[in-house]
Design a protein around this ligand. Structure first.
Ligand code: HEM
Length: 476
């Protein structure tokens, strides 16, 4: 899955070679919520210079710029990056539902690493692929697996006492300091996915290699070849187990040790389409997509949620007093600071949107970041408020439309490609956080070791990229 950030990074690498882009490096740091002045058109509209998209200022403070796009250029033709940016909630919903007119192919340099995945398919072909394993990640199957998510969280947190690296866990004067990313959130979602997929314990070392290399190889960057190598290695591994899984399926178990269902890898190995087994390439691509989709995203959601809560002590106190509020905190985090900025689509035909002619084949960026801050849908969207009355926090709405006068956030996308891992990542974040809170008395940010803003002054806002590390102090 290629995020907008990947696309911007790839293009920025080229654009930064030019003198013009160099001029924009001098954009000054603006107060959060305020846009750099890019000039005014004759009709009074603020101008939008796409070079701003490549600046550090935009990465730390994107929302006022998206507001200009939403208000004045809801479909913005960006000649510099050769893309059309779609920024309003209702427009994105409409486009994502119509996957014939706004297709998901091709998705660029991630293609080689992930392979031919369901992200690129539409219609019945897409539904078939999704149904191969979708039921494992939701409903009863998932409920029966919650115990294993909880077990993994407890195992990881109890291992803190044995970590011999002061940068990750240290104790002084009755206070423990923990780098929550390295001690927990970076690895927790990967371990969960590894288990649900059905990788045996002995493959876990390789699993981290596949995950890290494939994720860092998604852009067309220097690490791309590493990603391709890791994918080839994963494909060899799948080749080596496929026959055995067909003969002897492996199972997932509930808390009482009863077999719940076959694991996802076994299901994929056993699947036949029109009488033929899926090829090793197809099985590997499905695995790669689940591996790629489930790690970094959930890591970002957990760290962003804790960062936002610890920076809003009254809301943190409310969650600490009432466990049930973790669900709302999770959804409000994904609305306020989603780990995935949006999804690329391509126009299948010539279309006109908001008076802008979009030729067939054009790249269109559906900016979830912006949809989640669309003031046509969410009041005071820049405010983190888990008690807001306009965000729907119930069972995820595939439609993204209003229910009971509220709307879902867009962090999981919308329409046919709505994230099938939404429910499991929700459970990971909520269960994991409850268990963290049991262990951390009076947690607070360790400000000195937190990432700083671009001028080194004060804490960094979340912006386009999820919190990299979260250093927390708590009483022992
Ligand atoms: C907070 C965590 C997560 C976020 C924010 C997230 C976000 C997204 C988004 C926005 C899409 C839609 C892409 C598009 O429309 O082009 C998507 C699709 C997908 N996600 Fe997630 N995801 C998360 C967790 C997970 C997890 C835990 C898994 C697997 C266990 C997963 C697996 C997938 C897969 C397989 C797809 C492709 C669906 C399709 O094409 O039908 N995701 N995700």
């Amino acid at each position: 899955m290629q995020s907008i950030r990947n696309v911007v990074d790839d293009l920025a690498a080229e654009v930064l070679q030019t003198d013009d882009a160099g001029a924009l490096r001098q954009v000054t740091k603006m107060p959060e919520g305020h846009a750099f002045d890019m000039g005014t058109a004759a009709d009074g509209r603020p101008l939008f210079d796409p070079r701003i998209l490549d600046t550090a200022e935009f990465a730390r403070n994107p929302y006022p710029y998206y507001r200009i796009l939403r208000d004045h250029y809801p479909v913005f033709h960006d000649h510099l990056h050769n893309a059309y940016w779609v920024t309003r909630y209702d427009d994105i919903t409409e486009c994502c539902f119509d996957d014939e007119a706004f297709n998901t192919i091709p998705k660029g340099s991630s293609n080689g690493v992930l392979g031919n995945t369901q992200l690129e398919l539409s219609g019945i072909e897409h539904r078939r692929r999704r149904n191969l394993y979708g039921q494992h990640l939701v409903g009863e199957a998932l409920k029966n697996r919650l115990h294993s998510i909880e077990r993994i969280a407890r195992e990881m947190i109890s291992a803190w006492d044995d970590i011999d690296d002061e940068d990750i866990v240290s104790d002084r004067d009755g206070i423990r300091t923990v780098a929550l990313g390295r001690a927990f959130a970076n690895e927790f979602p990967i371990r969960v996915v590894c288990e649900v997929l059905g990788f045996p314990a002995e493959a876990r070392g390789d699993f981290y290699y596949w995950y890290n290399s494939m994720m860092s190889g998604l852009g067309s960057s220097a690490t791309h070849n590493r990603g391709l190598e890791a994918r080839a290695h994963l494909e060899d591994y799948v080749e080596s187990i496929v026959e055995a899984r067909r003969r002897e399926p492996t199972w997932l178990y509930d808390a009482d040790g009863n077999a719940v269902s076959k694991d996802i890898i076994t299901k994929l190995c056993e699947t036949r389409v029109d009488g033929d087994y899926l090829s090793t390439e197809e099985i590997t691509s499905n695995i790669a997509l689940i591996v790629g989709g489930g790690g970094e995203t959930t890591r970002g959601a957990i760290l962003n949620m804790w960062y936002l809560l610890l920076r809003h002590p009254d809301q943190f106190a409310a969650v600490s007093a009432d466990d049930a509020l973790w669900d709302q905190a999770f959804h409000e985090t994904l609305r306020h600071s989603t780990p995935i900025g949006g999804q690329p689509r391509h126009a299948s035909f010539d279309v006109e949107l908001h008076g802008v002619q979009v030729p067939a084949g054009s790249l269109m960026q559906m900016v979830d970041f912006s949809a989640n801050h669309d003031e046509r849908i969410f009041k005071a969207p820049e405010t983190f408020d888990l008690f807001r009355d306009d965000l729907y926090s119930g069972k995820l709405l595939r439609s993204g439309y209003r229910k009971e006068g509220r709307c879902s956030h867009m962090a999981f996308g919308v329409g046919p490609h709505l994230c099938p891992g939404a429910w499991i990542s929700h459970q990971e974040a909520v269960l994991g956080s409850r268990i963290l809170l049991e262990h951390m008395k009076n947690p607070r940010l360790h400000n000195e070791r937190m990432p700083k803003d671009i001028d080194g002054d004060g804490l960094a806002p979340i912006g386009l990229v999820s919190v990299r590390e979260l250093v927390v102090d708590f009483d022992r």
